[in-house]
Design a protein around this ligand. Structure first.
Ligand code: ADP
Ligand code: ASP
Ligand code: MG
Length: 424
């Protein structure tokens, strides 16, 4: 199994319906934030086992711990190596896995905690955002056969050479989904601090509703455009290996959101959900000569600096020149430094303008493939609320607009109402 290649040891597809087989349950940072919550997670894992299942728990670091470790490293060095960052960050999950296993044993259950390496998660060498190469879960299987609840540290793996790696922020989701696939699990649940995937982040749109079923593609677009309830790489993996999963609340037992293969009836809903991304920035290179090679030179320099950019817009050419704008994370703005000024000078373009304070709103739904008028409805709703659109980008199932960061919450609420998503 690999995140990159399609070569994969065929495993039975995973269903999200609980049955008496293997269940993988992932508990996020807020669910293991303190000793009381860890004990609650332990009880829940044991109950799942008592229902007749073999249970694998994947745990994140306790809430705030990963951020705290990153802050700590900054006080030591401005240029820590990514290898040492991985060694450091992996300790967060190692703490919560041991505490969870202890909590289960304190309740009279049998449990064992395993690091990513012990669980057989082998990755490539790309420290801090390593890709899973394959998983050999023999240790997990051995402990499950002995009747233990197996607690695996999320977010981490090991290279073939035995180096500790991590899987990118939010990577415990990926650990859970990849393990579910490798174990041929019967169910995979992502337990978090909300009841499921909502039509928009409920902290942004209080009238947001829980979605019952969502397709991989919709979840992927939402996760990739700011709905951080799922790590987008984990959804990519789930889609690639047909791992259906449920996102639900670790603090109650309500049914959550099922993420699965799309079915024809899903297209009846035009907009499934809305995502918001703050902390964006916009760069505009003015008066770029309208000739082949200029865009390549600009974006080649950006690629060389390893900057991730998002929406790109090129104006209609006038008098032989054009303006090119793109967005990126605000924190990456300073990495651009004077690099683009040099490129602009070299190709004979004008000034380079950089602006922070930019936000992105995305509306997502596979129904867009078969319904027209979605863009018009969105733009009308934003216009009524006086929200100015700076840039627009579309894909088959998503329309994204770039707006002033100060407007993005209002924009989300307006769009949510316009597409009939508000809870009544
Ligand atoms: P965990 O620590 O369990 O991994 P996260 O903080 O990563 O949890 O994800 C849960 C949070 O995601 C929620 O508290 C919520 O604020 C946020 N979120 C963003 N978009 C959505 C959405 N569309 N539906 C539900 N939650 C969302
Ligand atoms: N602890 C890691 C993070 O905060 C991984 C995770 O929580 O999924 O990003
Ligand atoms: Mg998360």
């Amino acid at each position: 199994m690999s995140e990159n290649s399609s070569a994969f040891s065929l495993q039975p597809p995973v269903s999200s319906v609980a049955s008496s087989g293997i269940i993988v349950q992932k508990y996020g940072g807020t669910s293991v934030a303190n000793p009381e919550r860890i004990k609650h997670v332990a009880r829940r894992l044991l109950e799942t086992q008592q229902e007749g299942n073999s249970v694998v728990g994947v745990v994140s670091a306790m809430s705030g711990v990963t951020d705290g470790l990153i802050q700590l490293s900054k006080q030591i060095s401005t240029t820590p190596t990514s290898r040492e960052m991985d060694v450091l960050l992996a300790t967060g999950e190692q703490t919560s896995m041991a505490l969870t296993a202890m909590a289960i044993e304190a309740l009279g259950g049998k449990a064992v905690s395993l690091t990513g390496a012990q669980a057989g998660i082998v990755t490539n060498e790309l420290h801090t955002k390593a890709k899973i190469h394959h998983i050999t879960p023999q240790q997990i299987e051995k402990h499950l056969k002995q009747g233990k609840v197996v607690i695996v540290a999320g977010f981490q793996g090991e290279t073939e050479e035995g180096e500790i790696t991590t899987l990118g922020r939010g990577g415990s989701d990926l650990t859970a989904i990849a393990l579910a696939s490798a174990l041929g699990a019967d169910a995979c649940q992502i337990l978090t601090d909300v009841d499921g995937v909502y039509t928009c982040d409920p902290r942004i749109v209080p009238k947001a509703q829980k979605i019952e079923v969502i397709s991989y593609d919709e979840m992927l677009e939402m996760a990739g455009s700011g709905s951080k309830v799922m790590q987008s790489r984990s959804v990519e993996f789930a889609k690639k290996y047909s791992v259906s999963f449920e996102v639900c609340n670790s603090f109650n037992t309500q049914p959550g959101t099922i993420v699965k293969e799309e079915s024809p009836c899903m297209e009846q809903v035009v907009v499934r959900g809305i995502s918001v991304e703050r902390n964006q920035a916009k760069v505009t290179i003015t008066n770029v000569p309208d000739r082949p090679g200029c865009a390549a030179r600009i974006f080649g320099a950006i690629a060389e600096a390893q900057l991730n950019i998002d929406v790109i817009v090129q104006d209609v050419s006038a008098n032989g020149t054009t303006n090119i704008s793109f967005t990126l994370y605000r924190d990456d703005l300073e990495k651009i430094g004077t690099m683009l000024d040099c490129v602009a000078q070299e190709i004979g373009a004008g000034a380079v303008r950089k602006e922070g304070g930019i936000g992105k709103l995305s509306v997502v739904g596979i129904g867009m493939r078969t319904h027209s008028g979605v863009a018009a409805k969105l733009f009308e709703a934003l216009a009524r609320g006086g929200v100015n659109i700076q840039m627009i980008s579309t894909s088959e199932i998503k329309i994204a607009v770039i707006v002033d960061e100060a407007d993005v919450v209002l924009a989300a609420q307006l769009a949510h109402t316009a597409f009939g998503l508000d809870r009544s």
